[in-house]
Design a protein around this ligand. Structure first.
Ligand SMILES: CCCCCCCCCC(=O)SCCNC(=O)CCNC(=O)[C@H](O)C(C)(C)COP(=O)(O)OP(=O)(O)OC[C@H]1O[C@@H](n2cnc3c(N)ncnc32)[C@H](O)[C@@H]1OP(=O)(O)O
Length: 220
């Protein structure tokens, strides 16, 4: 069975003004996209599998070998490609649901996402995955159009209907209003005409001293 359920064409949207020193144009090749697709395929195939002990041991060793191969290319967080490829679904972050953001305007964003069993709860999208999708599209909108960097303060998700697997879902976000440093956003996810989830969230514009790489205690 072909378990590469997440592949689809990259879209031509990336964002250079999110305090991101990474230059995605330098990494615009298809090879990294193929690597992310391969990692996603492993995640999906693993989730769908029921291995016997010998197979589990053997495949674990092969995957450790892959991890050692990738380890030779380890770089700092600002220089890694995963999470910085704005043109790819889920920014090339293999854990992230592969959300394709098709359009971002001053006040709206829309995209689409298809998840497989890797992101499933039971026969439907896992309830923790839905907020990941909303956070991604709503944060992208909150931080778009040259706005100063803002982080999520809260994100409330209402689950209206089970979100099916292996079919494309539409995701929308709207920038409602601004109040000082606060940016209020809403989101909605649809399967066809059925609303499967909606969200409201608050993003707060960071003060200069808050734009730190907190892991390393330095300014980004
Ligand atoms: C390479 C670049 C990539 C960039 C990607 C960025 C997007 C990523 C989106 C994310 O997912 S961020 C990760 C998840 N979020 C966080 O980790 C944020 C953790 N929280 C914080 O860092 C601080 O709480 C935060 C910066 C959000 C706010 O702290 P502040 O000290 O600046 O807020 P302050 O206490 O001054 O409050 C400012 C206003 O917001 C209000 N406020 C703050 N938190 C609130 C809350 N949770 N609910 C409601 N209101 C809130 C607060 O009442 C106040 O309202 P007023 O101005 O009307 O007085």
């Amino acid at each position: 069975m072909d378990t590469t359920v997440h592949s689809s064409a990259p879209v031509d949207i990336w964002h250079p003004d999110w305090n991101d020193p990474f230059d995605p144009t330098a990494e615009a090749g298809d090879e990294f996209a193929e690597l992310v697709d391969a990692v996603r395929a492993v995640q999906e195939a693993f989730t769908r599998s029921r291995t016997d002990p010998a197979a589990a041991r053997s495949i674990a060793e092969q995957l450790r070998s892959v991890a050692r191969s990738l380890g030779k290319y380890e770089v700092g967080e600002d220089d890694q490609i995963a999470g910085h490829r704005w043109d790819l679904a889920g920014r090339g972050q293999a854990l992230a649901p592969p959300l394709h953001i098709d359009e971002v305007t001053d006040t709206t964003a829309r995209g689409r996402v298809t998840v497989g069993r890797f992101h499933a709860g039971r026969y439907a999208m896992n309830g923790g995955v839905t907020p990941l999708i909303f956070d991604e599209i709503m944060a992208r909108l909150a931080n778009d159009s040259g706005r100063a960097w803002a982080r999520t303060a809260y994100l409330t998700v209402n689950f209206r209907a089970p979100a099916p697997l292996d079919v494309e879902l539409r995701v929308e976000a709207q920038y409602l209003r601004r109040d000082g440093r606060k940016r209020f956003m809403t989101g909605a996810m649809y399967h066809g005409d059925v609303l499967v989830a909606d969200a409201d969230g608050l993003w707060i514009e960071l003060k200069a001293e808050q734009t730190l790489n907190i892991s390393e205690g330095r300014k980004v």
